[in-house]
Design a protein around this ligand. Structure first.
Ligand SMILES: Nc1ncnc2c1ncn2[C@@H]1O[C@H](COP(=O)(O)OP(=O)(O)OP(=O)(O)O)[C@@H](O)[C@H]1O
Ligand SMILES: Nc1nc2c(c(=O)[nH]1)N[C@H]1C(S)=C(S)[C@@H](COP(=O)(O)O)O[C@H]1N2
Length: 195
């Protein structure tokens, strides 16, 4: 079986310098471990907010490591050194603006400053590249969405659309734990056992 390869890129000047310990990659890895029921392999990178370095890292993960999905965290804001979306767009074949729109909708339920994130998503070759904000707790928030106290979904997390997107890019079949986030696929795109 074609195992899903996932690149995780934490983009932070201070974490890269060792001023504080990076929490981005551990938070991404922990969330994926809880959410995915199909096997996956991680490639992780910690880089400072340097556009060229971020571009090179994204290209390496997609072109050389063969990642099907790349999640970045950090550097999406308006500050001068926040250049993650710029680097992401620079290596894109095509934009997927719906992911950024949905993440800002979700984040508004958690922080009033959600619109300050320029986060986006793109396709490069076989891979979907998604930008998440740098605040570690925003990883779970945006991937999983907004739920009420009973766990009922109020705003759908963006990861719900990721497995079908990877399938449309002819990547491996990914499945999620519905208790964390339910993946949406049209009936015709489901595996026979799931339909
Ligand atoms: N990789 C990380 N590990 C731990 N905490 C982080 C990380 N990235 C960001 N944070 C926290 O989230 C906040 C907002 O993230 P943001 O990307 O705006 O960081 P920043 O202020 O640009 O600084 P830096 O790039 O040095 O992390 C940071 O001030 C920090 O408290
Ligand atoms: N879910 C969520 N989204 C969020 C935040 C957050 O704490 N949680 N912080 C906001 C803030 S204050 C900023 S400046 C932008 C950009 O953050 P970044 O530069 O760390 O990527 O993300 C926004 N989106």
């Amino acid at each position: 079986m074609n195992t899903c390869r996932i690149g995780l890129v934490s983009i932070s000047d201070r974490a890269a310098k060792g001023v504080y310990q990076d929490q981005g990659i551990p938070a991404l890895a922990a969330w994926l471990t809880g959410a995915l029921v199909t096997p996956f392999k991680l490639e992780t990178r910690l880089v400072p907010d340097e556009q060229l370095l971020i571009e090179q890292t994204l290209c390496e993960l997609v072109d050389e490591m063969g990642c099907h999905l790349v999640l970045t965290t950090g550097g999406t804001g308006p500050a001068r050194r926040d250049v993650t979306p710029d680097a992401t767009l620079a290596v894109a074949d095509r934009e997927m603006p719906g992911f950024g729109e949905q993440m800002r909708q979700i984040s508004l339920h958690f922080v009033p400053t959600a619109i300050l994130s320029r986060q986006t998503a793109v396709i490069r070759k076989q891979a979907l590249i998604l930008n998440l904000p740098g605040q570690p707790r925003s990883i779970k928030e945006t991937l999983e969405g907004v739920k009420d106290e009973q766990g009922k979904v109020l705003v759908t997390g963006i990861f719900a659309s990721v497995p079908y997107c990877i399938q449309l890019l002819e990547g491996p079949y990914l499945d999620t734990d519905p208790a964390v986030v339910s993946s949406f696929r049209p009936r015709s795109a489901r595996r026979p056992a799931d339909s």
